[in-house]
Design a protein around this ligand. Structure first.
Ligand code: 4NP
Length: 157
């Protein structure tokens, strides 16, 4: 069976998209589907390249049994050829991904979407950026992502 590949994208790649990646990976592991998927995350920005995810997000996720191990990287043109699905956290990420694709890539291989288009419980149409807020913002992001990431996985399984 051909593996499906998923790239989650936010701005800094230290809060939202690493959390989405870890939640997705945790779900596929629990379903015994690890061998069917490749999952990664990236940022549209370059400020945090090489860094671990934000401690506040790592601690909030760990409390739920989800380990975030990724190191930040920036999305690049090759990602449009490598990934079946490129999934943005908010409208601005989505636009920046489209702009990068239009400037750098001729392939229509990757399907580009927004994670909240798969939501079922929460009304938020974007995953809010928790970086400049308090700890409760990180828990809220995880609540939102647990819903939409699991619905996204269902939709592609
Ligand atoms: P993320 O959050 O996009 O969810 O990783 C942010 C992280 C860092 C910054 C902004 C958002 N920043 O401005 O450095």
């Amino acid at each position: 069976m051909q593996k499906k590949s998923v790239l989650f994208v936010c701005l800094g790649n230290i809060c939202r998209s690493p959390a989405a990646e870890a939640i997705f990976f945790d779900l596929v592991k629990k379903k015994g589907l690890n061998d069917n998927f490749i999952v990664d995350s990236a940022g549209t920005g370059s400020w945090h390249i090489g860094k671990n995810a934000d401690n506040r997000m790592r601690i909030a996720a760990k409390k739920r049994g989800v380990e975030i191990l990724s190191k930040a990287r920036q999305i690049n043109a090759k990602d449009f050829e490598k990934f079946n699905y490129i999934i943005a956290m908010d409208d601005s990420n989505f636009r920046n991904i489209q702009d990068l694709k239009n400037r750098t890539s001729s392939t229509d291989f990757a399907s580009i979407n927004k994670i909240q288009n798969f939501r079922s419980i929460f009304n938020e149409q974007e995953v809010p950026d928790p970086y400049f807020g308090g700890d409760e913002g990180f828990d809220h992001v995880l609540d939102i992502l647990e819903d939409s990431v699991s619905c996204f996985l269902e939709s592609i399984s």
